[in-house]
Write a new protein. Sequence first.
Length: 150
Amino acid sequence: MRRTIFLGSLLLVLAPTVMAAQVYKWVDAQGITHFGAQPPEGTDAATVNTNTAPPKASSNFPPPAAAKPVLPPSADEKQKAADEKVRQEVAQQEAERVQQCERLRADVAQLKNNPRVRVDDGNGDLRRITEEERQGRIAASEKSIRENCN
């Protein structure tokens, strides 16, 4: 009985160390940081230490110095620059979408309020659109508003 308890306890103590897997960290060509059990071939992957425990709060020792990042500063700066560029592009696209929605709403209001709309025929001359064209433009604009605008 004691032997069974001893062996069971020993297995419980050793199980986490057996199940611990190696974790790798690498940066791809776009500057994005990845973690995984197997690094891709041809890249410099750093091993991440997953076995360290955080220091106890009641320790009398001073806290360790801030750990240096595994990545060189240039890679971290590239990642931040890429993130900032993506944020700016998303903000610009959102502003363009809002502007497009405002233009579509103004077009719909103009088409609904004024049945006698004139458009350029491509030769520099103005012509009145028919009622069918006007209704078609209203429907197309309202469809675009439903699909693209909040």
